[in-house]
Design a protein around this ligand. Structure first.
Ligand SMILES: C[S@@+](CC[C@H](N)C(=O)[O-])C[C@H]1O[C@@H](n2cnc3c(N)ncnc32)[C@H](O)[C@@H]1O
Length: 735
């Protein structure tokens, strides 16, 4: 939804990649005889390693990332699997039921994947590519995999790489296990030289503390974990775990924090640090009620802890947001303006909506009570968000993410978003259900969720869910609106920044939508665009309908696998070719009339608009006339520019009617203006109501002028997400 789909633009590239995959598949089962010798591979890798230092120009290149054919992660525990060696690997094969012990022989090289050369017990060498790893600014590649480390690759996938070389590709994080040199599953020859002197828990703890002091949190986790394997007393274990919990907190592994401090069973005399760390983890897991309760216990036991008081106040604010939708929107706007990435610290509010089954669209979001136009339905914090502005100064790169199997290509932060989600689920499995329950078409995911003590995160399931549920998003809708009003080129319809909002994802599409989404940073706000009865299904646009005729309705929402059956689409389906032709011709004439060097010829424009309007047969309140409203608004502005307020109002009334509104009093009659039924909520509606306000003011109808302003404010609230910025955004018009 609103992401930059480049499938057509890059169709050739997709096709080339698809053919490459096909060719590779033809070698399935082959044991290649032309693998390069160790020395040659090493030299090549190391030369590349030195050569690849991205220059400024390279940094600005758009990286492309290809999704391979989906395969399931290993769900078998290592116990019971057989070891395998490189010489027995077959191309394009997932070696189910086996694992490959490898010793890394080079430093890592970071491209889309992290790459190293690794050898097996027979000194055969293979290129290993690890995908979905954290970026360098979060975790150094050398901490993930480095020269001398020993790994077990579960169910290795051996393949022909894009370069034509052979290599192992690992897409699922839990398919690689790091082992220490004493592990019985690795070749003895590796064990012999690497046997370390047994360190004490105390010395390992000190090592961990030093690493913490130097902000090397991953190292600290390793050190404390090693200390725990040799710790003997329960006191020692408790302290080590408490220390480790801080390192887990710093690396955003909140489930592990809770486990290390023993939450929820913190004991009768819980230590201050344990309580505080539990509260912090609960906060970041968005368990604000639990967080408040923990902090209240902390405050009662340690009343002088000022940090706990601040944390409690913060958590209480989140609780108010979560329970009542009580947001300081002005603050949110200020934060979105300043913060980069614009990821705000606020809670999700789920308003009067709930998930229910629909008859034909899977699940949907339904109203639990009646609402008014402008009412808040959701204010949702992103589950995951990748900020990728065009100037490349975000936390995510603009990448071309191509899937040759689904034949889709997207430009933006989606490659990074995929990694962000995979990592989040891997580190915090308690958060997985809210994401994995989302629509994923016919992809069949593995049913096991843990193996060998690690969560299983199926990268291809994540990709599938992301692809069907991702939303493109601006920095803020206010920003988009300001750009539009300062007439920067066209209003953007696709964004490079993107994210996942797990509640909003249940909203189905309709061209005759009754809700609209807007953004403030990574908060998505969904408001009703009409007065709605309880039990109504909420819908918004996946793509804003244009009213242009589509030759094949299956193509329009093909990506999501449905054909829209709303009133607009049904009407389009029964419109004859002759009428479509007539509309196109009239539209072209209207466009020419606009572009005329002598300015718009009003009478000719009026006549053409009437002709266009007459091509529709259904009442606009049932089937909005999407090709009409824009031109009608243009004409309103022309009339008002000539100070002809009555004609201006008439055009606004016609514009509203074309959008499906039912209105009264948008004229010089004594009846005050009133929206009887709201129609489609397009951006220009704010301006239209403001123009109506000016017209009413000029003709001395104060009551209608006030009402028109209220309607403008309501439309603004829906389009921007809030109305606290309305007055400052429209200072000139509101004078
Ligand atoms: C983001 S999900 C929406 C929630 C989804 N219905 C569910 O059950 O989770 C998108 C999917 O919903 C379905 N969908 C959305 N709008 C639809 C519509 N107007 N008609 C039919 N199916 C629709 C399609 O299967 C689409 O791929």
């Amino acid at each position: 939804m609103d992401v930059h789909n480049v499938t057509n633009q890059y169709s050739q590239m997709l096709e080339v990649q698809r053919k490459t995959l096909q060719r590779a598949r033809m070698r399935q089962g082959e044991r290649p005889r032309d693998r390069e010798p160790k020395e040659k591979m090493y030299l090549k890798f190391m030369m590349n390693h030195v050569a690849i230092k991205p220059t400024k120009q390279q940094q600005n290149l758009i990286l492309s990332s290809f999704i391979p054919s989906a395969y399931l992660p290993c769900t078998e525990p290592l116990r019971g699997m057989r070891p395998i060696t490189i010489q027995n690997l077959q191309l394009e094969t997932h070696h189910r039921g086996t694992y490959l012990p490898l010793r890394v022989i080079t430093p890592p090289q970071r491209m889309t994947a992290i790459m190293v050369l690794a050898e097996d017990s027979l000194a055969d060498v293979v290129l290993l590519q690890l995908y979905q790893q954290e970026p360098e600014n979060i975790r150094e590649a050398s901490h993930i995999v480095d020269d001398g480390m020993i790994l077990l690759v579960k169910e290795p996938y051996f393949k022909v790489m894009a370069s034509g070389d052979y290599g192992l590709r690992v897409d699922h994080l839990s398919d690689v296990i790091h082992v220490n040199p004493q592990d019985a599953r690795i070749p003895e020859s590796w064990r012999a030289w690497a046997l370390p002197i047994r360190s004490s828990a105390q010395s390992l703890k000190m090592k961990g503390n030093t690493a913490m002091g130097e902000k090397r949190y991953w190292q600290a986790i390793t050190d404390y974990s090693n200390a725990l394997t040799v710790a003997e007393t329960s006191d020692e274990i408790e302290i080590l775990k408490r220390n480790r919990s801080l390192a887990f907190l710093k690396t955003k592994q909140y489930d592990a924090v809770l486990s290390d401090v023993g939450f929820p069973d913190l004991g009768l005399e819980p230590p201050e640090k344990a309580l505080f760390r539990a509260a912090e983890a609960l906060y970041f897991l968005a368990r604000f009620e639990d967080c408040c309760q923990t902090l209240e216990i902390l405050r009662a036991k340690f009343p002088n802890n000022e940090d706990a008081l601040k944390a409690l106040e913060r958590a209480r604010r989140r609780c108010a947001e979560q329970a009542k939708g009580d947001y300081d929107f002005k603050l949110l706007q200020t934060e979105a303006k300043k913060l980069r990435p614009p990821q705000l610290d606020h809670a999700t509010y789920i308003g009067p909506v709930e998930i229910r089954n629909t008859k034909t669209k899977g699940r949907g979001l339904f109203l639990t009570r009646a609402v008014k136009a402008g009412d808040l339905l959701l204010c949702e914090k992103a589950f995951a968000h990748a900020y990728a502005p065009d100037d490349d100064k975000g936390n995510s790169k603009i990448t071309l993410l191509m899937n040759p199997e689904t034949k889709m290509g997207f430009m933006g932060g989606q490659a990074d978003l995929l990694t962000i989600i995979v990592q989040k689920l891997f580190r915090n499995p308690s958060l997985a259900p809210s994401f994995t329950k989302l629509h994923h078409g016919n992809y069949e995911a593995a049913s096991t969720s843990m193996v060998d003590g690690q969560p299983i995160v199926d990268t291809f399931l994540v990709e599938r869910i992301m692809s069907l549920n991702v939303f493109g998003c601006p920095l803020s809708s206010l920003n988009t609106r300001s750009d539009m009003r300062s007439s920067k080129p066209e209003e953007p319809t696709a964004y490079h920044s993107c994210g996942i909002w797990t509640q909003a994802s249940y909203i189905n599409h309709s061209c005759t939508s009754n809700a609209r989404r807007s953004f403030i940073g990574d908060m998505m706000i969904v408001r009703a665009t009409q007065d709605l009865e309880a039990d109504t299904e909420v819908s918004f646009w996946y793509k804003q309908p244009t009213g242009e005729h589509s030759e094949d309705p299956r193509e329009v929402y093909k990506h999501w696998g449905f054909i829209c059956t709303c009133a607009i689409c049904q009407d389009a389906g029964t419109t004859t070719k002759a009428v479509i032709q007539e509309r196109r011709k009239t539209l072209e004439k209207l466009k020419r009339a606009c572009d005329s060097s002598n300015g718009i010829q009003v009478s000719q424009f009026e006549r053409l608009l009437k002709d266009l309007d007459h091509t529709y047969t259904e009442p606009a309140s049932k089937v909005p006339r999407l090709l009409v409203f824009d031109a009608q608004f243009l004409l309103a502005r022309v009339y008002m520019g000539e100070n002809n307020m009555i004609k201006g109002l008439e055009c606004i009334r016609k514009m509203l009617s074309a959008l499906g509104f039912i209105v009264e009093g948008f004229d010089a009659s004594p009846t005050s203006c009133r929206v009887v039924k709201w129609g489609l909520m397009v951006d220009y509606l704010v301006e239209a109501f403001l123009h109506a306000r000016t017209a009413f003011q000029t003709i001395g109808d104060k009551e209608s002028s006030k009402r028109a302003e209220e309607y403008a404010k309501c439309a603004y609230k829906v389009v921007v997400g809030e109305d606290s910025s309305f007055n400052s955004s429209h200072r000139d018009q509101l004078r």
